[in-house]
Design a protein around this ligand. Sequence first.
Ligand SMILES: Cc1cc2nc3c(=O)[nH]c(=O)nc-3n(C[C@H](O)[C@H](O)[C@H](O)COP(=O)(O)O)c2cc1C
Ligand code: SF4
Length: 431
Amino acid sequence: MSTADWKNYEPVIIPDIKDLDKIDVYVKNGGYKALESILKDKKKWADPKSVINEVKEANIRGRGGAGFNAGLKWSFMPPADGGPRYLACNGDESEPGTFKDRKIFEYNPHIFIEGALIAAYAMEITTIYVYIRGEYKAYIDMMEKAIADAYEKGYIGKNILGSGYSVDFYVTYGAGAYICGEETSMLESLEGKRGYPRVKPPFPAQKGLWGRPTTINNIETLAHVPSVINRGAEWFKSVGAENHPGAFLYGISGHVKRPGVYELPSGVPVLELINDVAGGMRNGKKLKAVIPGGSSTPVLRADQLDEITMDSDSLRTVGSMVGTAGMVIMDEDTDMVDVLWRIAHFYHHESCGQCTPCREGTGWLEKILLKIKNGEGEVKDLDLLLDLTTQMEGRTICALADAAAWPVRYTINRFRDEFEARCKKKVHVIA
Ligand SMILES: Cc1cc2nc3c(=O)[nH]c(=O)nc-3n(C[C@H](O)[C@H](O)[C@H](O)COP(=O)(O)O)c2cc1C
Ligand code: SF4
């Protein structure tokens, strides 16, 4: 299905089926068929590697933000040696503007569980963890119930569906730290330690949980896997944008009439998502700005959006990224200085403090922005902020420093007049 046909797309992850979170309803609607197929249909799936190859061919680009081909990542796992191997499913979902994995936990947990089981089989993994942000207490409970039901029906546990393959699946949760969504920090947290990101290399495929081979995938990434097995890589690649195929769970929030999570092909025009999918701007206001994929992705002005579609190639042409497809829509009344200060406050609060450029840099970004917000800034502070962003980017253990720097750089560059006006408002009292 080409992106132009997006109105005819039929959702796979969040279809309109009542009580789909219940295992019987999921199974009645074709659920766990993909798992059964890879475990039992040896003509089609000769071995675990054949599953990896199909997923690699489908090019499911990681929906956690970095957009890495999931099957290719799976292929980095070293050969099984009889010891433990892990899949860590990332449901930390703490980036402002991102709320799509929550929809999967709540609405269709079994499609994620099935995807994780297929991934585990493909990589000969023995234990799966799903790490959910602690604030999602209700969804943690729902996931525990879904996993218990899948154990009871024989989809998880020993000798799954009589195939000889066994795997365990545990729910675990965070305690409110955004940094625990960074993959190596999540591994530390899973090991019961403070969530400090690890220096890479070694990469988790070589040395992950408790020093053993580990793959980390986002919840939505894994939820796309059953449809690749059921319908094939070619089908998946035929949906949406060529270089970023498949559907996205677009999480649309902000000043629109119908905010929410919408499953549609990748590559839908940004303006159509705002106007046709999310019902248009609230209160007849004009569009001012869009953050396309979570708070770390560079903001875009309304006049940059003509012809821009939600996929990596198109967004790159205007200097932004698809991230998590968590779109924050802002109207003409939005104060961009306030928005940026709020974002900077978040990253400063969430920096784990291991690296100097991040620990100190996020603090300075927030402090200078607060000064500007309070009408006490000077135009030269804007250049100081831009300089700081270059001092932070690419110099730290994890990407949180980059995630803090980009919004500052691009919001100032794209709304410079507004920032300068706030600085010039300053009243100098000359005695
Ligand atoms: C500070 C920080 C926070 C992150 N938070 C999340 C998160 O909440 N969920 C997520 O899936 N990925 C998050 N990531 C990305 C993960 O490190 C990792 O790339 C991802 O889970 C891999 O899964 P994927 O390849 O399926 O996207 C974060 C990265 C950074 C640097
Ligand atoms: S970049 Fe920031 S959050 Fe990441 S390890 Fe360094 S100090 Fe911690």
